[in-house]
Design a protein around this ligand. Structure first.
Ligand SMILES: Cc1ncc(COP(=O)(O)O)c(C=O)c1O
Length: 418
């Protein structure tokens, strides 16, 4: 009886997870990094090449970011002290928000502790109703791509909307999105259309240009309009000619853009850029901002340095290098007999194995050969689409990529994956 019973339930649940071979808690423990151009991870004293990181430009090891981080923590301390509305904010955070808004050509920006926290806030606040005793209005309809990131799914859950206020369109099926928008005219005052920019399982980009047109087409049909909200966490910094992400690559603009500093920007924390009035409203109402600390000053310092670096000649060179690496990788992999689960031009490259056992065996074999990649299986991807997800960085050398393909070829042959 009592708490012991609950512990038993937990034990059984963990056993079930282990038995299903989907456990996540046995994380690989990286003791250190070694090497200079793109350090290898050291695990149990052995060196591993990193092909499973979102650090698409290699910025987390850049001197400029490390120096900026140190300078910021020397100036402002190692932590924020309290949430911003209580102990005040630092000029550095204001500078960072201005810089990230400017980078995305928006009037205003706001920093959150993570993109996850930003999504929770944006979705809850943007779907609020107007009556003062109701946190959630029956006024808003949310329409979401079926493969959107967990933080969007949870954002919609946390917003506490009624069933009829939530609609999902099939992945990339913009015709069915239009149909939902048409069918709901007169039923709701406001619509939020929400999509990932880059979908992280296959490296595919949403067509923000197309989505913007659809949203604009229906805007005046709804009393409070149709808002396009894009979370481009995997796109910002790494995708598009100048690293402005899926918007730049597909020629569109969202009403609210969410991003992270924790991937291509090599730092940490999330952000939203949009019109000033929405930012002002979010600062008044976003729970994950008002009741939760911001990123640390050092993190803000490195994020600011990252934006400046990406938006410079060095950044352009890194993006060029990244795209060359992606092209080289695809070319060599195809020559080597691999096929891809999608034709991605993003650093996320999904190598199709189409069998969960072989996918896991291939990932394990590559680990044995000193390479870190991720296996992605059903139900995260549809049955038969099991893949190893390879993540390319501008910091990889030509030799790193050639070595990877050689080892992948040997490993795949040994497990019957090619
Ligand atoms: C689309 C998307 N949104 C949000 C996140 C979370 O970003 P953060 O680590 O800043 O919370 C991720 C990371 O996996 C993501 O892929």
């Amino acid at each position: 009886m009592g708490r012991n019973n609950f512990y038993k339930i937990l034990q059984n649940e963990l056993k079930r997870i282990d038995h299903a071979k989907v456990a996540k808690r046995q994380e690989k423990v990286i003791e250190s990094f070694t090497g200079s151009h793109f350090p290898s991870a050291v695990i149990n004293g052995k060196k591993y090449s990193i092909f499973n990181s979102n650090d698409y430009l290699g910025l987390r090891f850049a001197d400029k970011l490390r120096q900026a981080e140190e300078k910021a923590s020397r100036k402002y301390g190692t932590g924020p002290g309290a949430v911003r509305f209580i102990s005040g904010t630092f000029s550095l955070y204001k500078e960072l928000e201005k810089a990230v808004a400017g980078f995305h050509l928006r009037p205003a920006g706001m920093v959150f502790s993570s993109a996850f926290a930003a999504n929770l806030a944006v979705i809850a606040c943007m779907s609020k109703g107007q009556s003062k005793d109701s946190l959630v209005g029956a006024d808003t309809l949310i329409i979401s791509d079926e493969l959107n990131h967990r933080s969007i799914i949870d954002g919609i859950r946390v917003a506490g909307l009624a069933k009829e206020q939530k609609q999902i369109y099939q992945h990339f099926d913009y015709q069915s999105l239009e149909k939902i928008l048409k069918e709901n005219i007169g039923k709701f005052k406001r619509v939020l259309v929400i999509t990932d920019g880059i979908f992280s399982m296959l490296g595919e980009s949403a067509n923000i240009g197309k989505l913007e047109k659809i949203c604009r087409k229906f805007d005046s049909e709804y009393n409070e309009g149709v808002f396009l909200i894009t979370d481009d966490s995997h796109g910002v910094g790494a995708f598009g000619k100048t690293g402005r992400g899926a918007e730049e690559a597909t020629g569109g603009k969202s009403d609210l853009l969410i991003g992270t500093f924790g991937k291509a920007f090599g730092s940490d924390g999330g952000y939203v850029v949009t019109d000033k009035i929405i930012i002002d409203y979010l600062r008044e109402s976003a729970a994950t901002y008002i009741y939760s600390n911001s990123i640390s000053p050092g993190t803000a310092g490195s994020a600011l340095a990252a934006i400046k670096l990406v938006d410079s000649a060095t950044g352009r060179k890194l993006l060029k290098r990244l795209n060359q690496n992606i092209a080289l990788f695809k070319n060599l992999m195809i020559k080597s007999g691999f096929i891809f689960a999608a034709d991605s031009i993003h650093p996320i490259q999904p190598v199709l194995v189409a069998d969960p056992v072989k996918t896991k065996a291939l990932t394990d074999r590559l680990f044995g050969m000193g390479i870190l990649v991720t296996n992605i299986n059903y139900p995260v991807v549809p049955k038969g689409k099991d893949e190893i997800r390879v993540q390319i960085s501008a910091a990889h050398s030509k030799k790193d990529i050639e070595k990877f393909v050689q080892k992948a070829n040997l490993a795949a042959k040994s497990v019957g994956a090619i």
